[in-house]
Design a protein around this ligand. Structure first.
Ligand code: ACM
Length: 514
């Protein structure tokens, strides 16, 4: 038996009758009923019961679907064709050997994202209440197929699946990561490829840090100079550029097909120098809102320092600017959330400002998110706080996205001493094990998110290196009911190396994987 959790293991022992052979809950003595078939699903499913036997995928297959699950049928059909068998779709067919069932009757048990996957001697049945559940069930099924499905390199002639039962429901609704496009730009192609990878590991939130001192990365029709001028700068050695509104819409459509929501961040009222170059009227008269030793308009800023620029909060024009920007960003955004930053700034009017910004976002129909500093102000009850250094005492309780830097700051080193990484939060870096052992005991947490700040992350390969494989640990922390067996995670991770390679992910080669 591969990777059973304790409950599954006991269940298996009791009901398959191996007790007589001395079955115990110790992993090493449990005989594998399917010796040639690894089950190494990441993130670990909630319940996995392995039956004795296999299902050999025939040369001719039929996928049936119920209700509105045609998209999932197309996805599964394509997946089957990619393993060199033929497959067709029939809406409701009793003879189908791959059955997709989407039924609201399972909503209570499975939520929108959960699924039940049964592989038996006569075929495969995948059941869910929502479209996301079927999508995630198909990702699990994909992980049971050879890694060659990722790049069309299927060597084996016979495709064999283990007979099993999985019932799987995520722990948290928020399982994500943040990419800083502002210091160094990452464009549409990289972000699409990244979302394919995220979806494969059941990650569902992509937070884009779009604005900072070093650049402004989203075109807004109401304020064209933000990207026209602010899109030209970057951190030293980093890439400049910006997403057009069409790019942003395209990315959101791509995300939606993969059950990912994009969260735009416009960082306010600090981290704002690129906007101050584009619209210098947002400065105070004597530039008291800046540290002129860093830069003054019209010069760009390409350094690493934070906390030295802010909007001039005594200037009424600033509030009109912020309202217009947040309105357009809200209108452009499909998802329910808009992130308004709020980090690392000192100003007597800070709290007044963030309360106003929170209220603006809500008036444009979105839920505001901000870095934890915002929670010291009298923000709304809808506000979601993103914890990063745990230094803020919140005024009220609110929902929390957990990004505590000791576990989730992936601009920090994978291994101690790694070049081009930060270490201000934790000298030794943030190891895979630090991520995996995140202690998530608090009630208000709605999920986890790993940010990658890009002051020192200048290329796609470097971004891959910071994200992978640590993001697989985020996936497991965010999805799986428990994450207390790091060695078991490593064993499964090792089995995923060929998949990471097939997906062209330039992951960090961890010593743990050797
Ligand atoms: C942050 O790291 N300034 C949120």
């Amino acid at each position: 038996m591969k990777n059973p959790n304790r409950f599954t293991q006991i269940f298996y022992c009791l009901f398959v009758g191996i007790l007589a052979l001395g079955c115990s809950t110790s992993k090493s003595v449990v005989a594998s009923p399917t010796p040639n078939l690894e089950i190494d699903i990441i993130p670990k499913p909630q319940v996995l019961t392995i039956d004795n036997g296999v299902y050999e995928v025939p040369k001719q297959n039929t996928v049936s679907y119920s209700g509105t699950s045609q998209d999932a049928a197309v996805l599964l059909n394509t997946l089957l064709q990619s393993v060199n068998v033929s497959s067709n779709i029939q809406a409701t067919s009793n003879r189908a050997n791959f059955k997709l069932i989407q039924d609201q009757a399972f909503a209570q048990e499975l939520g929108d994202e959960g699924y039940i996957l049964d592989i038996k001697s006569n075929g495969v049945t995948l059941t869910s209440a929502g479209a996301a559940g079927l999508f995630y069930g198909i990702q699990s099924l994909k992980q049971l197929l050879p890694s060659g499905v990722e790049n069309g390199a299927i060597a084996s002639k016979n495709i064999v699946l283990p007979q099993l039962h999985i019932k799987d429901v995520p722990k948290y609704s928020w399982r994500g990561n943040m990419i800083d496009l502002a210091r160094s730009f990452f464009g549409v192609d990289y972000l699409k490829q990244h979302m394919d990878r995220m979806a494969f590991y059941k990650l569902n939130r992509l937070h884009l840090h779009l604005t900072d001192d070093q650049g402004w990365r989203l075109e807004l029709k109401s304020k064209p100079l933000l990207s026209e001028i602010g899109g030209k700068s970057a951190v030293k050695g980093g890439r400049s550029g910006f997403l057009t509104t069409e790019d942003y819409k395209e990315l959101q459509a791509y995300a939606k097909e993969r059950h990912i929501v994009i969260i735009p961040e416009i960082d306010l009222p600090g981290h704002i120098y690129a906007a101050l170059v584009a619209y210098p009227e947002l400065n105070c008269e004597e530039l008291t809102n800046l540290n002129p030793k860093m830069a003054t308009p019209p010069d760009f800023y390409d350094g690493y320092k934070v906390g030295w620029s802010k909007l001039c909060l005594t200037n009424p024009a600033v509030y009109d600017f912020v309202a217009e920007v947040l309105k357009e960003v809200s209108e452009l955004t499909d998802g329910p959330w808009v992130h308004i930053g709020g980090d690392e700034i000192d100003d007597d009017l800070y709290e007044t400002f963030v309360v106003k910004a929170d209220s603006m976002v809500r008036s444009y129909g979105k839920v505001p998110i901000g870095w934890e500093e915002m929670s010291k102000a009298d923000v709304s009850k809808e506000f979601i706080s993103q914890r990063w250094n745990a230094k803020t005492t919140p005024k009220h309780k609110s929902k929390v996205i957990e990004s505590i830097c000791t576990s989730f700051y992936f601009d920090h080193a994978n291994v101690t001493g790694q070049e081009q990484t930060n270490n201000w939060c934790q000298k030794a870096g943030v190891s895979l094990e630090d991520v995996y052992h995140f202690n998530d005991k608090e009630d208000e947490i709605i999920g986890v998110e790993a940010p990658v700040w890009s002051e020192l992350v200048l290329t796609d390969a470097m971004m891959d290196n910071r994200l992978w494989p640590r993001l697989m640990a985020v996936a497991e922390v965010g999805w799986s009911a428990s994450h207390d067996d790091f060695n078991d995670f490593l064993k499964r991770l090792r089995a995923h190396e060929s998949r990471l390679e097939a997906l062209n992910i330039e992951y960090h080669p961890l010593p743990e994987l050797n």
